[in-house]
Design a protein. Structure first.
Lengths: 312, 463
């Protein structure tokens, strides 16, 4: 098991290096540069700025410098906001994104398992049809549409009751995170519901369920102890990709609901061509996702012994 | 026991008629694809989604032949109008032609308060171009304040929008030209002596009629005589924030969205077939190295890199940005299909019929294209069907955050982005593009489900 973890981590570090290099390469294909935006009219000022940010050096030297700094955990200084380190930006905005993501992952997993199990329980009857209809909607409707219409919904609710029941936008209290997290987790929940349903149905046909039934166990006990616990396993495998979807999906939800997360900051940085912020955020997100996928895989190994044996 | 006569005739030695072949195949033999098609036809959900996909394609390709409005034409008189089936409009004279009504300033008699305005009247027809009001002079008034409301005012505090005020006591008229729509307005005119307003005013309900000016009629090639009734273009889906026809933009946007959504998956799956085919067929070190590269590309955070590529390629002024997005999608998406094809090929390579073909002396190329690729076409087709909604989603997502196609080019995502700003006042601008994105994604997803059920023999055997 330890060997497996080490091997995964080794490949993971290599992957993060690849992400950093790819980011650097793509960013240096950019035709404009951040200094072309507004200031830097005077050639001397421009040259000074270029020297300060190292833009006048050969590309390879910049790459070595960048990689060296990154190894030390330093992503550099923002190009557009004076004296603001990218590390500070990440430190300030990532917790917001992370808490939103964790909440929505929580909603998605709980909802997915619950709805999926219910749909399987009432297979081919109306609760199943209703749940699957919602699932199809969750997969087909883009998150920004959900975001926009849920905002409209909150607004109407607040107007209708004449009180501010839920905040329409912003990030100040727990209640302001509820609806964005639900919207963000919508598609993941839909996928998980679908997966859970088919997994439940598959488990229902296994020998051990038949044995349990033959032993005369109560239907409730079979459902919770035997069927549900075994059916949850495949759902855990999609946690890794789900984290990726939720992280990047956060861009839209954060923008629509005006939540000061890292995703929204990234979109702004892209619009301003803030090299260091873009590179820093991309590498950070990339590394985060790689580690998360590894973590989920290892977690899966712990939960399901069959996988552990297969992987080694 | 009598001996029965047992005689045989020559006919008994004639050859028996050919027996009915018990093993004859009565029904025509079906190929894999015919079989799959039969199964798909039985799946009503998949079949209706197939029709939906065809309808969407027809709408996109043939729509502009029937709906000839220019999707770039802006009509600032028709901003954010709801859906309508065309409307008749009155041609009226240009607004500058009215000189207004003047009267004499009347002195305020001693000991009297400033009274309410009397004889508030509309000059000519009230139209969406202008509402011309005039009234009788109020003794002592220095100027008049004009208010407009969209419901009958129930108190002096509820007069609505202050439109403006006249400057001199002789001016006894006002022309309202502020964003008029065909509806009923309540105008209130209140006299003022320069310091205080009169305690009461007069309110007049005016119902406006849709109209265009002679100049506008001339510009559009319509009959430009005052008083004529002309037919304005229909906007079944309404107009957007620049007065452009939403239906025409949806059709044009469909071309962009579906083009990216269909061409990108075709391209990256073609790359995946070649790449995965090579890996799976040759195996060994080549396979390990090539698949390691593919794994790295899969590890890249997809949407972040889509955005990075968008900046990396750079979109100059006047460029639509469709091509860079296509390229970025292909560059980032090919590894997953390569992985799929490789897995399938590895599976098939060991099958008996491939070994038999090899023993008969088939060459690699022949084997790959004659035996391996046709046999993985099923899963590939399923992947393609699921890749299309994914690509449409990606395009919509990027265009929505302003990182997709550049503004003049409509795409469903870009239209949703524009629509969300006016969501409260005119939800149709968001509703229609959002509906089309959802419908398309839904249709392709359901079709993919159906195809998978029809094509995947593994699933079939389990049933």
């Amino acid at each position: 098991m330890l060997l497996y973890i080490l091997k995964r981590l080794g490949i993971g570090i290599f992957t993060i290096w690849f992400i950093a290099t790819a980011t650097f390469t793509v960013m240096h294909l950019v035709p404009g540069d951040p200094l072309a935006n507004d200031k830097a009219v005077n050639p001397t000022i421009r040259a000074n700025l270029e020297r300060q940010y190292g833009l006048d050096r050969p590309v390879f030297e910049q790459y070595v410098l960048y990689m060296g700094n990154m190894l030390k955990g330093d992503f550099g200084i923002s190009f557009t906001e004076e004296n603001r380190a990218v590390n500070d930006i990440i430190r300030e905005h990532f917790p917001v994104s992370a808490s939103l993501g964790v909440l929505s992952l929580f909603f998605a997993t709980i909802g997915g398992v619950l709805w999926g199990a219910l749909a399987a329980l009432y297979r081919n009857r109306w609760p199943d049809a209703a749940i699957m209809l919602v699932v199809i909607l969750g997969i087909s409707v883009p998150s920004f549409v959900f975001a926009a219409f849920s905002q409209l919904g909150i607004l109407t609710l607040n107007q209708w009751t004449g009180r501010s029941i839920l905040p329409v936008a912003g990030w100040d209290s727990f209640s302001s995170a509820l609806v964005p997290a639900l919207v963000l987790g919508m598609s993941t929940m839909a996928y998980m519901t679908r997966l859970m349903r088919s997994s439940m149905l598959e488990v229902a046909n296994t020998d051990y369920i038949r044995t349990a039934r033959a032993k005369g166990l109560s239907a409730l006990r079979i459902f919770f102890r035997h069927q549900l616990r075994n059916a949850i396993l495949p759902v855990i495998t999609v946690l890794g990709p789900a984290i990726a979807i939720i992280t990047t999906g956060g861009f839209v939800v954060e923008s629509v609901f005006a939540i000061p997360g890292l995703g929204r900051y990234f979109v702004q940085a892209v619009a301003q061509l803030d090299y260091t912020v873009i590179m820093g955020t991309t590498v950070f997100f990339g590394a985060f996702l790689v580690l998360m996928v590894i973590a989920v895989d290892i977690l899966y190994g712990f939960i399901d012994p069959r996988i552990r044996l297969g992987a080694l | 026991m009598s001996k029965q006569s047992f005689q045989l005739s020559a006919a008994d030695f004639a050859p028996a008629p050919p027996a009915t072949h018990a093993e004859r195949i009565v029904r025509p033999s079906l190929s894999y694809w015919q079989d799959a098609w039969l199964r798909l036809k039985k799946n009503r959900r998949a079949l209706s989604s197939l029709y939906l996909v065809i309808a969407l394609l027809l709408f996109t390709l043939l729509g502009p032949w029937f709906w000839t409005q220019d999707y770039t034409l802006q009509d600032l008189d028709m901003i954010s109008q709801g859906p309508s089936w065309g409307s008749a409009a009155l041609v009226v004279e240009d607004p500058g032609a009215w000189e207004g009504v003047r009267g004499d300033a009347l002195p305020l008699p001693q000991g009297q308060e400033l009274g309410a305005t009397t004889q508030l009247t509309v000059e000519g027809a009230a139209t969406t171009q202008y509402v011309r009001l005039y009234w009788n002079a109020v003794p002592g008034a220095q100027h008049y304040l004009i208010y407009r409301n969209d419901h009958a005012p129930d108190s002096g505090q509820d007069l609505g929008l202050p439109l403006g005020e006249t400057l001199r006591p002789e001016e006894l008229s006002f022309a309202d030209r502020l964003q008029l729509r065909p509806q009923t307005y309540w105008y209130t005119v209140i006299a003022s002596d320069g310091l205080t307003e009169a305690a009461s005013g007069t309110t007049l309900a005016v119902t406006t009629e849709r109209a265009i000016t002679t100049t506008q009629a001339r510009e559009r090639g319509l009959e430009a005589t005052v008083g004529a009734s002309v037919q304005l273009p229909a906007h079944p889906f309404g107009t957007d924030y620049l007065g452009r026809d939403v239906l025409a933009r949806i059709m044009e946007g469909a071309r962009v969205s579906l083009f990216i959504g269909i061409v990108a998956p075709l391209l990256f799956i073609a790359i995946g077939i070649v790449y995965g085919g090579i890996c799976g067929y040759f195996g060994g070190t080549l396979d390990i190295v090539l698949m390691r590269i593919a794994d790295f590309v899969i590890a890249l955070p997809f949407l972040l890199f889509m955005i990075l590529f968008r900046i990396g390629f750079g979109i100059g002024p006047g460029e639509s940005g469709i091509f860079p997005m296509l390229l970025a999608l292909v560059l980032l998406s090919w590894p997953s299909s390569a992985r799929l094809v490789r897995g399938q090929i590895l599976q098939i390579r060991g099958e008996a019929y491939v070994q038999a073909a090899r023993m008969l002396g088939a060459r690699s190329l022949y084997l790959i294209f004659r035996h391996l690729v046709p046999n993985v076409m099923g899963p590939i087709l399923v992947t393609l069907t699921f890749a299309i909604p994914m690509a449409i989603f990606t395009e919509a997502f990027l265009s929505f955050i302003g990182m997709g196609v550049s503004p003049p080019t409509p795409s469903w995502g870009a239209m949703s982005n524009e629509g969300i700003r006016t969501m409260l006042s005119s939800p149709h601008e968001l509703l229609f593009p959002a509906f089309f994105i959802s419908l398309t994604v839904l249709a392709f997803n359901l079709l993919g489900d159906g195809l998978r059920d029809a094509l995947d023999s593994r699933l079939r055997s389990r049933e």
